[in-house]
Design a protein around this ligand. Structure first.
Ligand SMILES: Cc1cc2nc3c(=O)[nH]c(=O)nc-3n(C[C@H](O)[C@H](O)[C@H](O)COP(=O)(O)OP(=O)(O)OC[C@H]3O[C@@H](n4cnc5c(N)ncnc54)[C@H](O)[C@@H]3O)c2cc1C
Length: 454
């Protein structure tokens, strides 16, 4: 007799690997974005690559949609199913498979989070620097090509990858690279899977580059009269060749939010948060040079933090800024995530502030200004369609302008549901090629359908 999907799963996996409990279905229909999806029919918890392979075969046989889930910290609804089916949660695949400190590389399963990974490698003087504000999984970070405050020095997830093990919809298991630090062999499949948002295959192993922890670090903050000046000043720092580890812009409203959220006492003015890291003498020189350059640009309140606790406090506040907006009672938030050539940044930041002010909504601007990437966090009343439309219009205008400036609608959060509408404008003819690639890897359109493009 022909078995149903659930019967076949129960015959293949351990009983506790497939759940249809109300709480699990609910958890897997949400992420940190405002987007709405549907609840999956089942949640599956694989424990090995073989489990993932078998599940893709079974789901393909029954033509059931499959959506991978990390910790659901995505900001564009990527992990929320838009069609019923099975959500594949990688939390049990969170092991270190191979750690080679002398090669400065590590191979992990996708469910390990960035903080868990660092707790393993830090004691060897190494670190994995990519730091989205959430403690995301490595699988989710690869799938969204995440980055964060250190991208100005280390780049994004795509730049950290040596090899991925991937399970395709038809059950094929393949490796996209090698453990060599560089290679000119074959097409760059690793780069293709980075940012593919679980639409092409499931990542079951990730080999990552690690970096030495810098000998010495100094953090500094300063303020400027307006956001545009902050952007121009960041540009000057980069053009002067100072190899900052981080250079972040936070506007006065964002600081006000985080002060309230975390009881900080940071001056509520448009600010740059900077970190210098390397050999002590070099770092001290860099700090002096930066201070004088910024002073010439009209900076105020230059403050240096040399103690590690002080630095940690500063970056903790920075990482909490997004949560500070997001967890404001009675409001929801829409996120902008534009990224442009750095010379265009001052104009775009100024434009963002004008749009927010004109709308009458409350919204902060902050971001990884050294990469030309910034976010708008616009609060709206979820019961008011008018406010939601206004917030969406601001982000739309910014995304369109960023693309006109030769940039992108998303520097790091990904496309998911919210940025699909800009794909044609941004990619033109290349969009058809992307759709053909999807068709090649997933002909039945079962892997995270309707994400990136319809
Ligand atoms: C407060 C806050 C701050 C943030 N700051 C940043 C930031 O600075 N920079 C940044 O880049 N992002 C940021 N984010 C967004 C988010 O943390 C990233 O997008 C992160 O990479 C998502 O990881 P996750 O584990 O939560 O994945 P999820 O959100 O669960 O999933 C994301 C995508 O990955 C896919 N996926 C997950 N695992 C796999 C797998 N094994 N194989 C294939 N596909 C998979 C999912 O299907 C989905 O498409 C922030 C989020 C929050 C809440």
């Amino acid at each position: 007799m022909l078995k149903s999907f659930a019967e076949l799963c129960l015959a293949t996996f351990k009983k506790d690997q497939l759940s249809s409990s109300e709480s699990e279905l609910y958890r897997h229909s949400h992420d940190e974005s405002h987007h709405a999806g549907v609840e999956p029919d089942y949640v599956f918890f694989p424990e090995s690559t073989e489990d993932v392979r078998k599940m893709t075969e079974i789901a393909t046989q029954f033509e059931i949609s499959m959506t991978a889930f990390g910790v659901g910290s995505g900001l564009e609804g990527q992990a929320i199913p838009l069609q019923k089916g099975v959500s594949i949660n990688f939390e049990r695949m969170n092991k270190v498979i191979e750690f080679s400190p002398e090669d400065m590389l590590i191979t992990v399963q996708p469910g390990i989070t960035r903080l868990e990974l660092n707790s393993v490698v830090n004691k060897h003087g190494l670190y994995f620097p990519i730091d989205p504000g959430a403690d995301a999984t490595i699988g989710g970070m690869v799938a969204t090509n995440a980055s964060g405050t250190t991208a100005v020095r280390y780049g994004s997830m795509r730049d950290q990858l040596l090899d991925l093990e991937v399970v395709l919809a038809n059950g094929t298991v393949l490796h996209t690279g090698t453990k060599a630090k560089k290679s000119s062999s074959g097409l760059h499949l690793t780069g293709l899977f980075a940012g593919s948002e679980g639409t092409l295959g499931f990542i079951t192993e990730v080999s990552l580059k690690l970096h030495g922890i810098p000998e010495h670090s100094i953090a500094a903050t300063c303020t400027f009269a307006d956001p545009k000046l902050c952007a121009e000043a960041a540009n000057i720092i980069l053009m002067s060749g100072i190899p900052v580890l981080r250079i972040e812009f936070v506007d006065a409203l964002s600081i006000k939010q985080v002060n309230q959220y975390g009881n900080y006492t940071i001056p509520e003015e448009h600010s740059l948060f900077i970190e210098f890291a390397g050999m002590q003498k070099a770092v001290e020189e860099e700090v002096l040079l930066a201070e004088s350059l910024l002073e010439e640009m009209g900076s105020k309140r230059w403050k240096v933090a040399t103690e590690s606790t002080e630095r940690a406090q500063l970056w903790k506040a920075r990482h909490e800024m997004s949560y500070a907006f997001r967890h404001n009672k009675g409001t929801q938030v829409t996120d902008g995530d534009v990224c442009v050539p750095i010379s265009k940044l001052p104009i775009l930041v100024e434009y963002a502030r004008e749009l927010i002010n004109e709308s009458g909504l409350q919204g902060g601007i902050l971001g990884h200004i050294g990469d030309g990437n910034f976010h708008t966090l616009i609060m709206f009343d979820p019961t008011s369609t008018d406010e939601f439309q206004k917030a969406e219009t601001i982000n739309s205008k910014l995304a369109e302008k960023a693309i006109e400036f030769g940039g992108t609608c998303t520097g790091e959060h990904g496309v998911g549901i919210g940025k699909k509408k800009y794909q044609l404008k941004e990619h033109g003819e290349a969009l058809a090629i992307m759709k053909s690639v999807k068709q090649l890897f997933d002909p039945k359109n079962l892997m995270n359908p309707q994400k990136i493009f319809d």
